[in-house]
Design a protein around this ligand. Structure first.
Ligand code: ATP
Ligand code: MG
Length: 401
């Protein structure tokens, strides 16, 4: 057992001892057999939620209507989900009803892929009803049961198939791949946010180039936001080359490579990200830095404050797109080195100083004043010197900004 599972073993044991069945399931079992790092430990049990709560002292109802109870153990929370089946999916995304069952087999049958349908007991016993171990060894993503039926029930599984192929560097079994193509149009019915989670995991996967190729092959792009099916092959080749090997370590980097190397005009990037329902932070950052990274905006003439404010993301994407030894990187570092401050904490006056000097009162206006000082100092409108800043405030420059 890897340490993450070893730590949770007593929980399974406790359920066992109380007369219930309990297993590790899902990603943690798959990743254990692959020798990959484990993200989250999911536990499935024959105990009903009420019964789980009777066995453990400290529990939290995190998703009790779906059968999930969180057990707190030495400050770690473990989600225990009652074995369940999911009946009829009329909306292609949510089961109309979940039913708790006592049989592990029923629970494993509802899972998406054979590699995700393994169960591991605390005594080391493995339950593998669909040859998930064989598929792990052969590096294959294969739907549990009839792929057409499984993707009809829940179209998100379509995105999950290409996501796992990318993350694990697996191929997709032939019937499963055919079903992706046949049912890809149902992706349009899935909530954008859910497709986005799978798509960005794909973009960050070690085999992102393959994951994207499988996505093209299954003709999924027309059913995802942003009209990416209209992008020329040359753009995609660049995007694939930059992403491959899991080079994008963050969502920002993944979406940065995708959008900056896309054929979209600078001003089309923000609307594209909005269609994908991104956070304001990702939309603003990428829309702001794309012109610099595309060299549409000369670095030394570009608003210094933007370089300062987006430094981390700019550097990360510069490394990815131009290389960490590139001239572009060197130019950027030179400009960063010449900035008068590199962080708000380097401003010669802090909030306390401003209050003591009678230049501000505590409250939201103080934060705004500090922001204006920061802007002025970074843009070299005032030197980073206590007296200079005081004069600058007293002269009322900040009010005109
Ligand atoms: P990750 O490492 O990304 O967390 P995971 O396999 O644990 O991968 P989760 O989304 O956390 O993925 O789901 C946990 C488990 O629940 C899966 O391994 C699978 O057995 C099952 N599962 C999740 N989503 C679906 C789905 N849409 N249809 C069927 N089974 C699913
Ligand atoms: Mg998981």
């Amino acid at each position: 057992f890897p340490p993450e599972l070893e730590e949770a073993r007593p929980i399974l044991k406790k359920l066992d001892d109380a007369g219930y069945e309990a297993y590790f399931v899902g990603g943690s079992v798959r990743d254990t057999f692959l020798g990959d790092p484990i993200h989250d430990v999911d536990i499935a049990s024959s105990a009903y939620p009420q019964e789980v709560k009777e066995v453990f002292k400290k529990t939290v109802d995190t998703g009790i209507q779906h059968g999930t109870v969180m057990v707190l153990d030495h400050h770690i929370g473990y989600e225990i989900t009652t074995f369940r089946t999911e009946s009829t999916y009329t909306d292609f995304r949510r089961p109309d009803k979940v039913t708790f069952v006592r049989s592990l087999e029923e629970d494993l049958k509802r899972r998406d892929f054979t590699i995700n349908a393994l169960a591991l007991r605390q005594n080391g016993e493995v339950v593998d009803l669909f040859n998930g171990l064989g598929d792990l060894k052969a590096a294959i993503v294969r739907a549990v049961g009839d792929p057409v039926r499984r993707f009809t029930e829940d179209a998100l599984r379509i995105m999950r198939a290409v996501r796992f192929a990318s993350q694990l560097d697996f191929t997709i079994e032939e019937q499963t791949q055919l079903a992706l193509k046949e049912l890809g149009h149902n992706l349009a019915k899935i909530a954008v946010e859910r497709n986005r989670v799978e798509f960005e995991k794909l973009l960050q996967g070690q085999a992102a180039a393959k994951g994207l190729s499988l996505t093209f092959e299954a003709n999924l792009l027309p059913y995802l936001p942003g009209k990416m099916d209209e992008w020329p092959a040359a753009n995609w080749q660049k995007i694939q080359a930059e992403l491959d090997g899991g080079r994008a370590k963050t969502e920002m980097a993944a979406w940065g490579i995708l959008t900056i190397l896309s054929p979209m005009a600078d001003n089309e990037i923000e609307p594209f990200l909005r269609q994908w329902k991104h956070s304001k932070q990702i939309m603003q950052t990428l829309a702001a830095i794309a012109p610099v990274l595309r060299q549409h905006a000369a670095l030394n003439k570009w608003n210094l404050y933007r370089l300062y404010a987006y430094k981390e993301d700019l550097l990360a994407l510069t490394d990815l797109i131009y290389g960490s030894d590139s001239d572009f990187k060197k130019q950027m570092l030179t400009i960063f080195a010449e900035l008068s401050i590199h962080d708000r904490s380097e401003i010669a006056l802090n909030g306390g100083d401003l209050i003591k000097a009678g230049l501000a009162k505590p409250g939201p206006a103080l934060g705004e004043l500090i922001h204006q000082i920061e802007l002025a100092v970074v843009n070299d409108q005032v030197g980073n010197d206590a007296d200079a800043i005081k004069n600058w405030i007293q002269e009322g420059h900040h009010a005109n900004d």
